[in-house]
Design a protein around this ligand. Structure first.
Ligand SMILES: [Fe+2]
Ligand SMILES: [Fe+2]
Length: 408
C-alpha cells in the first residue's frame, strides 16, 4: 500500500528527526570526549574514558581497545576493555576469524589492507563468531596504525549497522588525533629534557668545582615548594630552573670561575654577570621562558642589595626567592676543593640572621623546619634526598669536590 503525500511527508520528517537525533548524540559524545582529553594523560586512561562513553551509545557485550606498541613504548601496546571480560587468546582468535571471514563480510574490505579497514561480521560461521556480531575498526592516522577497537555483541541484541559504525569511526578519529598529539608532545618533552641535560653537562664540564650543584639545588627547591604547599606546576618549573640557574657561568672566564680562594672585586663583578648571561642564553628557547625570572633573579636579596637588578622583597619573583634559599644552602653546606662545607649549625645560624634580610622569611622558615632535608644534604647522602618529580637527577651529589661560586 502506497503512502499518501501527507503520510509520506510525515515519514520523511520522522526519518530526518531520527537522523538528526543520531547526529546530535554523535556530536555530544565527541564534544564530551574532546573536552576531557589532556595531553599529559596516560593513554590507557584516555582509552578507558572513551570506552565508557562509547559503551553508553553502542551497548556491546564487550568493547576493547588494543593499542600497538610504538618505538618509544609510550603506549605500551596495552589492551583496555569494558563489559564482559575476554581473554587475550580468545580476542586474537575472534580477530583472526573476522579476517578469515572478510570475503563474506557485510562491508567491503580491501584484502591487502585488512588491518586498516573497518570489518563488520554480523553472521560469521567460524566457532569464534557463532552467536556474536563483531566489529573491528582501526585506530589510524594516515598510514600510521595505532591500534584497533573490537566491539562484540550477542545475537539478538542487534547487528552492527552504518550508524553505529559511523559513530565509532568518528570517536576513533578523535582518539587517533589525540594519540598522535600525545606522541608529538612526548617527543617534544624528551627533546627538551635532552637539551636541559646537554646544557647542564656543558656547565659541569666547564665548572668542575660546582659539579652536581645544579641538580641538588633543583631537588631542594622542589622540596621547599612542596612543603610550602605550592602546586605541581611551580615545582616542575623550579626543577628546570634549578638545573639551569647557573648556566650563565658558561660565559664566565675559566681563570675567574675556577680560581680557588678569594676573588678580587673585578673578578667578582665578572661572576655577577652569570644570571644575566643565563637569561640571555635561555631567552630565545620558548619552553624555557617560564623559568627566565628565576634564572635572572636568583641572586637578588630581600633587602634590595643583591644583583643583577637590585630587586627587593616581593619584587623578587617567587620562584627566584625559593631558588635563592636552595642555592645558598647548597653553596654553604657543600665541600670545595680548598675548604670544607660549613657545619649545619653554622648554616642554620646564617639563615636565621638573613631571614627577612637576604632571603624571604617564609621560605627560610620552611627550610629551617625541614630537619630531614637539611641533614640529608649536610651528610651528602644523595639517596636520602627525596626527588619527587624525578625529571633530572643527571648528576647525583658527589661526596667531595662540591661547592658553588654562588655564595661569593
Ligand atoms: Fe648563581
Ligand atoms: Fe648556584
Amino acid at each position: 500500500m502506497s503512502l499518501g503525500p501527507e503520510e509520506s511527508l510525515l515519514s520523511d520528517i520522522e526519518s530526518l528527526a531520527n537522523s538528526l537525533g543520531e547526529k546530535f548524540e554523535e556530536i555530544r559524545l565527541i564534544h564530551d570526549l574532546t573536552s576531557k582529553l589532556q595531553l599529559e594523560d596516560d593513554p590507557t586512561d584516555t582509552c578507558q574514558e572513551l570506552l565508557e562513553q562509547l559503551d553508553v551509545c553502542v551497548h556491546c557485550r564487550t568493547l576493547v581497545i588494543q593499542l600497538d606498541p610504538d618505538e618509544d613504548d609510550l603506549f605500551g601496546g596495552g589492551v583496555q576493555g569494558i563489559g564482559q571480560s575476554i581473554s587475550l587468546d580468545e580476542l586474537e582468535a575472534v580477530i583472526a576469524a573476522c579476517w578469515n571471514h572478510h570475503d563474506e563480510s557485510d562491508f567491503a574490505v580491501d584484502h591487502d589492507r585488512a588491518n586498516q579497514d573497518v570489518l563488520i561480521v554480523n553472521h560469521g560461521t567460524a566457532p569464534e563468531l557463532i552467536g556474536r556480531h563483531v566489529a573491528l575498526l582501526p585506530i589510524a592516522r594516515g598510514e600510521i596504525h595505532l591500534g584497533r577497537l573490537i566491539a562484540i555483541r550477542d545475537h539478538g541484541h542487534g547487528e552492527f549497522g552504518t550508524v553505529e559504525v559511523d559513530l565509532m569511526r568518528s570517536v576513533l578519529m578523535v582518539l587517533s588525533l589525540h594519540l598522535m598529539n600525545q606522541r608529538q608532545f612526548h617527543e617534544m618533552q624528551s627533546m627538551l629534557e635532552g637539551t636541559v641535560r646537554s646544557l647542564a653537562s656543558a656547565l659541569d664540564a666547564k665548572d668542575t668545582y660546582t659539579h652536581g650543584h645544579s641538580s641538588r639545588v633543583a631537588d631542594l627547591a622542589v622540596q621547599l615548594a612542596i612543603r610550602m604547599g605550592l602546586d605541581h606546576r611551580t615545582a616542575d618549573s623550579l626543577q628546570l630552573a634549578g638545573i639551569l640557574h647557573d648556566i650563565g657561568k658558561i660565559g664566565i672566564d675559566d681563570s675567574v670561575l675556577k680560581k680557588p680562594g678569594r676573588l678580587t672585586d673585578e673578578e667578582f663583578d665578572q661572576i655577577k654577570q652569570h644570571p644575566v648571561l643565563g637569561y640571555e642564553i635561555l631567552k630565545d628557547i620558548r619552553p624555557f621562558r617560564h623559568i627566565l625570572p628565576a634564572v635572572r633573579h636568583h641572586h637578588e636579596s630581600w633587602d634590595g642589595k643583591g644583583y643583577p637588578d637590585g630587586l627587593a622583597g616581593e619584587e623578587i619573583p617567587r620562584d627566584a626567592q625559593i631558588l635563592a634559599v636552595a642555592d645558598a644552602f647548597d653553596a654553604m653546606i657543600s665541600d670545595r676543593p680548598y675548604r670544607k662545607g660549613m657545619p649545619l649549625a653554622k648554616v642554620q645560624e646564617i639563615f636565621r640572621n638573613g631571614r627577612g634580610q637576604q632571603w624571604a622569611a617564609d621560605v627560610v622558615d620552611v627550610l629551617l623546619a625541614s630537619d630531614d632535608l637539611m641533614l640529608a644534604y649536610a651528610n651528602q647522602q644523595s639517596d636520602a634526598i627525596p626527588n619527587p618529580i624525578g625529571l633530572n637527577r643527571a648528576h647525583p651529589p658527589a661526596v667531595t669536590n662540591l661547592g658553588s661560586g654562588c655564595h661569593r
